[in-house]
Design a protein around this ligand. Structure first.
Ligand code: IMP
Ligand code: MG
Length: 182
């Protein structure tokens, strides 16, 4: 897979160290609490699995699906969520775990929806933040890395459902998009 990359933006060692720091921050901020960690599938699953093991608290595990992308690299602007969490989030400290905040539409939509349902508190932990592309005023409360406006893959992030298992975060060669443009 490395041959398909134009560049590696964040290697696995760099990611691991930062995820460790995020876990320590969350552990400090939620002392004596049992936050409910919600993994937003599929892109966040690798980050989530690493992050929860860096948190020294009794966290709860939940999963939900959200998608605003088809097979293109530009957001459709439409957010679909699939979730049956309504009862489980009531009166809980919820942490949404997201791979990347890009336009911010996905996270803004989920946040608005959850805030109406009686959570005790709601924070967002995003591995990546692409502030140049933001169209909403949503911010991640915990953020791994701020990155430039480039489409990245690996460590859970995909292009057309591929490269999710690449251990680093990289930028694809242009020809990889051309090969897929059918
Ligand atoms: P938003 O709603 O525009 O913030 O988009 C968030 C979702 O778009 C993320 O959870 C990703 O699944 C996807 N996404 C945004 N940027 C990238 C990228 O550079 N690579 C892969 N997926 C991305
Ligand atoms: Mg996602």
């Amino acid at each position: 897979m490395k041959n398909d990359m134009k560049s590696i933006l964040l290697d696995s060692d760099t990611i691991r160290k930062r995820v460790h720091e995020l876990g320590q921050e969350i552990t400090r901020d939620y002392q004596d609490e049992a936050p409910l960690m919600i993994c937003i599938l599929k892109g966040s699953v690798v980050f989530y699995a690493d992050l929860v093991r860096e948190i020294d608290l009794n966290v709860g595990f939940e999963f939900m699906t959200a998608s605003s992308y088809g097979s293109a690299t530009v957001s459709s602007g439409e957010v679909k969520i699939v979730s049956e969490l309504d009862n489980k989030i009531v009166n809980r400290h919820v942490i949404l775990v997201e791979d990347i905040v890009d336009s911010g539409r996905t996270i803004a939509y989920i946040k608005n929806d959850m805030l109406k349902k009686g959570v005790k508190s709601l924070k967002v932990c995003a591995l990546l933040d692409k502030p140049d592309r933001r169209v909403t005023d949503v911010q991640a409360d915990y953020c791994g890395f701020v990155i430039p406006d480039e489409f990245v893959v690996g460590y859970g992030l995909d292009f057309d459902q591929k490269y999710r298992n690449f251990p680093h975060i990289g930028v694809l060669k242009n020809e990889m998009y051309e090969n897929n443009a059918d």
